[in-house]
Ligand binder design. Structure first.
Ligand SMILES: [Zn+2]
Length: 258
């Protein structure tokens, strides 16, 4: 399969889930050697690249927001996620960050080497924490200020240099909603290609503090209890969706599955 990205968009057939073949790529001016293998396995048939922001889709194709179609891609979703991160890494590592010499791609591993100074650059993975805070039968859900949707989800934020995951959780929770938490429990993780995150999800118990939102990050935060109506929550394919669903008050979980 060929994964052609334009910014955060993926090229797909207008009808159904279909990927461009070699002829479609050639029409866009993409020779075979312009495409990077998604996996460095011998004979890897999956390739990817980023095209210019003004590139046009060939006839019968359309660019879709990757975030919007990720769930529809089904079994190809993880591959598309990987392809997006590989092509973004190729796009942003043409020159050495130390001495500005054009980089050379290794044939043995996913690595760019600088032939002049020896600097190596691997695809970047940025760990981010996600935490769902529980207080008795209630859970804390927040609506992020930067998203256009009215969706309520768990708190999340990037791990900073020098922090471990737990320290990032305590810091972000205090910054974003003014609360203290305890009893952190690992829930699961998910690669999240926007642009190269690894989401690491936890639950935590409320340990004190008054709800006070950091307005530039959080538009609204509320405790959701058994008597409340369920707001719009993240899709089940995302770890945020699974984390929220796994911890809903039983009466709301029953309503969700009804
Ligand atoms: Zn260099």
């Amino acid at each position: 399969m060929n994964f052609i990205f334009r910014g955060n968009e993926l090229l797909l057939r207008e009808e159904g889930i279909g990927f461009p073949d070699a002829d479609d790529c050639a029409f866009m001016g993409l020779a075979a050697d312009a495409l990077a293998p998604v996996w460095l396995t011998p004979g890897c048939a999956d390739h990817c690249t980023h095209v210019a922001p003004d590139a046009e889709a060939p006839a019968g194709f359309v660019f879709h927001k990757l975030r919007a179609v990720l769930a529809d891609l089904g079994e190809h979703g993880a591959l598309a996620s990987r392809a997006f991160q590989v092509s973004e890494w190729v796009r942003t590592h043409r020159y050495c960050g130390v001495c500005a010499t054009p980089m050379r791609k290794s044939e043995k591993e996913l690595c760019f080497h600088c032939p002049a100074c020896g600097f190596s650059a691997y695809p970047r993975v940025s760990p981010a924490m996600m935490v769902l805070i529980k207080r008795g039968e209630e859970i804390l859900l927040a609506r992020h200020a930067t998203y256009a949707t009215a969706r309520y989800t768990a708190l999340a934020g990037f791990v900073e240099a020098g922090e471990n995951i737990e320290e990032a959780i305590h810091r972000e929770v205090l910054e974003e909603v003014g609360l203290h938490v305890k009893d952190l429990r690992y829930f699961g993780s998910q690669s999240w290609p926007f642009p190269h995150s690894l989401m690491i999800a936890y639950t935590a118990e409320y340990a004190g503090g008054e709800l006070r939102v950091q307005e530039d990050e959080i538009a609204d935060a509320r405790w959701l209890g058994p008597g409340d109506s369920l707001p719009d929550i993240p899709m089940v394919e995302s770890i945020a969706g699974r984390l929220v669903r796994a911890n809903l008050p039983p009466s709301l979980a029953a309503r969700l599955s009804a």
